[in-house]
Design a protein around this ligand. Structure first.
Ligand code: 5RP
Length: 225
């Protein structure tokens, strides 16, 4: 199976959890985009749901597919969110934000009754940190925060898009932090959350309820106990 086929297999399994009447959080990224396409097909075939997208890109894709899209202020509960990931470890802790959407993704996931994470096999890691940890910061603080991030033991770099700075949907910047290995994700998450100017980091701890990984042997499922 190619990586794309693994992503699609995980996405197909995930959308079986969507039922009529649900409010569904739609993630961001290439894996989530496959899931959104599948949701679009289901809606065309009569599925009745409301969706809360986690980025402008996902909102635009969903609208084109005829999925009813609403903002957070229009729903009281999100039943299920399905999203991709950049890394997942054996404790189902995640690094997200490769697509720069982790701020809205974390807000939507935090308001969801259930979060299903979908990914290809290579996203499963023994230890988080090989993927650079995205940290969203307000532009005013970015210069001052680079050395702060370095002091935490990583090699920080401002995310670029071509020769320009990358701006998130919330008009913030992203510092990508190359840790190589994150020994204590909980402690790092707490530390990052207390730094003024940091809006949100890409460590998702205790968010994933079900992880679906596409592999050559089928879709592996990991459930939070
Ligand atoms: C976006 C994300 C994505 O879910 C993550 O980057 C995975 O993306 P892909 O499915 O394209 O590998 O967190 O902010």
């Amino acid at each position: 199976m190619t990586e794309d086929e693994q992503k699609l297999a995980a996405a197909k399994e995930a959308v079986t959890h969507i039922t009529d009447g649900m409010v569904v959080g739609l993630g961001t990224g290439s894996t989530a985009a496959k899931m959104v396409d599948l949701v679009g097909e289901k809606v065309k075939n009569g599925l009745d749901i409301i969706a809360v997208p986690t980025s402008e890109a996902t909102a635009s894709q969903a609208k084109k597919l005829g999925i009813k899209v609403v903002g957070l202020d229009e729903v009281s509960v999100i039943d299920l969110t399905i999203d991709g990931t950049d890394e997942v470890d054996p404790q189902m802790r995640l690094i997200k934000g490769g697509g720069g959407a982790h701020l809205r993704e974390k807000i939507v996931a935090s308001l969801s009754d259930k979060m299903i994470v979908i990914a290809e096999n290579k996203k499963m890691v023994e230890k988080l940190g090989k993927f650079k940890l995205p940290v969203e910061v307000i532009p005013f603080a970015s210069g001052a925060l680079l050395p702060k991030m370095e002091a935490l033991g990583c090699q920080p770099s401002l995310r670029m898009q071509g020769d320009k700075l990358f701006y998130t949907d919330e008009n913030n910047l992203i510092i990508d932090c190359a840790f190589e290995q994150i020994e204590d994700p909980e402690e790092l998450a707490l530390t990052l959350s207390t730094i003024p100017g940091v809006v949100e980091h890409g460590l998702f701890i205790d968010y994933a309820d079900l992880v679906l990984i596409g592999t050559d042997e089928g879709v592996k499922q990991f459930e939070r106990s």
